[in-house]
Design a protein around this ligand. Structure first.
Ligand code: GTP
Length: 567
């Protein structure tokens, strides 16, 4: 199994113990061998000492005899003194020889025999010397026992030979023994050394292998912990991204304007994918193109302000389109001249329920396949598409609930709420407020003559004319049928009459194009009431203005009547 310890590792300590024992054995054997060799040398030395002692004894006997004879023959005192000096040396040499071999019974016997024969011979020589000293050399010569001398010499030589042989034999035995011991020692030392070297080598190899395995394990552990740290970082980043996305999704629900949505989207993209820049386009249905609605990021990409549906691959295919570093089919809305090789371009369609709503274009630092970025931006685009669709739906509903679909003016509900609010405001600030009620004259007849659709076209035209004539702070409403109301905050009676006259004249001059025909013009009657003189509540003002309208109709139509002001 990779990473697990080898079987040898389990026997490491026993093997080490065996190697140590082998080394100790080699050491002990070496010490014992050296001791044996020393002993063997000592014995060899002893042998040489014995042989030397034999020679010394032999030489002492011969010297004694030679001096004795020379003295007997010459009578020279020099020989006498040399004889007397050599004589004690015979016993001393023989005694030393005996002492050397005393512990060996086999050698002790010939040594004793040698000593006895040497001493006997020395004693004879002493006796003859003494005789010569007393009776002269001739007497000593005659007293010489040649046979006895010969026996003594033979005994000396025999004992000496026996001793020499014995020592030589022992020397050879010891040499052979030392040789065997040496061989044994060599074998022990060599085998012990080889064995311990092998075991040590094996252990060393095992340790080195274990070390490299441990290092490999450490490397793997480091890699694993590095990967773990990377994974943790990735998880952390993912969780932050998920959090940012869910926060984005939650906040989108509370956005009330398109700008809020786009600002939030820019911030979210910046938080999710740092370093990107780009644009968000929204579809302008009336002109059939995508118009830039917001830019975001530090490096806005070089993309056109408006994009036709066929100028973008993402819009055409309904899926993200990535152009890495300017390589690949580029969308026509991108500026080729300012394209940067270190930036990738990504377009993402914005859609909801199968309807194309816009386009998200970002420039990303060129780095890999952008799988994560595409995923994240895809989720942003999905949320953004839904939010834009939602907002559009809300705006449509709001418009529908506040506006009259035929004329585009505010409806009666809006009038009621707004009139009350504006009246309170003007009351607080002590400012006037005028209410104008307008009715198309003989509209029934127009309807009956030209048809209901033509009547609708006329009402839409009247609405447009009223809207274009009043100020921005005034609000015009379709009160119902062919009746219109205009609330004019801060406008007094005179101003209101002037404005009403402008409206009456504008409508009176206008014609309507319907079904290829030019219809009209028509006239309108207008009744006006002004706060505070004509009433202080919305209901009263409306009622007075309506009364004035009724009076204008009754007075012959196509006129403006004010409750308290005559223009
Ligand atoms: N085409 C069209 N006609 C409408 C609409 N609302 C109301 N009318 C018609 O407008 C006409 C109003 O007629 P009347 O109330 O008799 O008033 P008039 O004919 O304008 O006469 P005076 O107001 O007295 O001048 C009716 O025939 C309604 O059917 C609308 O939205 N479109």
């Amino acid at each position: 199994m990779p990473g697990s310890r080898s079987r040898l590792s389990h026997y490491r300590i026993p093997l080490f113990a065996v190697a140590v024992v082998a080394l100790v054995g080699v050491g002990v054997a070496s010490v014992l061998g050296v001791a044996g060799l020393r002993k063997s040398n000592a014995w060899t030395e002893h042998t040489y000492q014995v042989i030397h002692a034999i020679e010394v004894t032999d030489r002492a006997v011969r010297a004694t005899e030679a001096n004795a004879r020379a003295y007997r023959l010459t009578g020279h005192p020099e020989f006498r003194s040399q004889f007397l000096a050599a004589l004690p040396g015979v016993d001393a040499a023989a005694a030393r020889l005996v002492a050397l071999v005393e512990d060996d019974p086999a050698q002790a016997a010939p040594a004793h025999a040698l000593r006895d024969a040497a001493n006997a011979h020395a004693a004879d020589l002493r006796r003859l010397y003494d005789l010569q000293e007393v009776e002269g050399a001739e007497a000593a010569r005659q007293a010489t026992d040649a046979a006895a001398t010969l026996r003594q010499w033979r005994a000396i030589e025999t004992a000496a030979t026996q001793l020499r042989r014995g020592e030589t034999r022992m020397l050879q035995d010891r040499k052979a023994h030392a040789q065997r011991q040496g061989l044994r020692l060599t074998a022990i030392v060599v085998s012990g050394t080889v064995l311990s070297a092998l075991l040590m080598g094996l252990l060393m190899w095992n340790v080195v292998r274990e070390n490299s395995r441990v290092r490999a394990l450490e490397r793997k552990t480091r890699q694993a912990s590095q990967e773990m740290a990377n994974t943790m970082r990735r998880i952390d980043r993912l969780s932050r991204q998920r959090h940012a996305l869910s926060r984005y999704s939650g906040m989108l629900q509370s956005c009330e304007t398109r700008d809020e949505i786009l600002r939030l989207t820019g911030e979210t993209i910046h938080a999710l994918v740092p370093g990107v820049g780009g644009e968000c386009y929204l579809f302008r249905a009336s002109q059939d193109f995508y118009e830039i609605a917001a830019t975001f990021g530090d490096a806005p990409a070089a993309s056109a302000d408006s994009v036709l549906p066929n100028q973008c691959w993402a819009l055409r295919r309904g899926q993200p389109h990535l152009v890495p570093g300017g390589q690949g089919p580029r969308c026509d809305h991108l500026d080729v001249a300012s394209a940067r090789g270190d930036m990738d371009s990504l377009c993402m369609p914005l859609a909801a329920q199968g309807t194309a709503l816009g386009l998200l274009h970002v420039a990303l630092p060129a780095d890999g396949d952008h799988e994560i970025e595409i995923e994240l931006l895809g989720q942003v685009a999905e949320q953004l598409g839904l939010a834009v669709a939602n907002l559009q739906l809300r705006e449509t509903l709001r418009t529908q609930s506040l506006r009259d679909p035929l004329t585009g003016l505010f409806n009666r509900r809006y009038l009621e709420v707004s009139l009350s609010r504006e009246l309170h405001r003007c009351e607080r600030r002590q400012l006037p407020l005028s209410v104008l009620m307008l009715d198309v004259d003989h509209f029934k007849r127009f309807n009956d003559t030209h048809g209901h659709a033509a009547g609708d076209a006329l009402l839409a035209q009247v609405g447009r004319l009223i809207q274009s004539t009043v100020r921005a702070e005034d609000f015009a409403c379709r009160y119902g049928g062919e009746e219109f109301t205009v609330v004019m905050p801060e406008l007094d009676a005179a101003g209101a009459c002037t404005r009403a006259e402008q409206i009456r004249r504008a409508i009176g001059m206008a014609t309507v194009q319907h079904a290829g025909q030019t219809l009209g013009p028509v006239t309108v009657s207008i009744g006006i009431a002004t706060f505070p003189g004509d009433g202080t509540t919305p209901e009263l003002l409306m009622q007075v203005a309506d009364t004035m309208l009724y009076r204008a109709k009754a007075a012959g139509r196509d006129r403006v009547l004010h409750a308290s002001h005559q223009g």
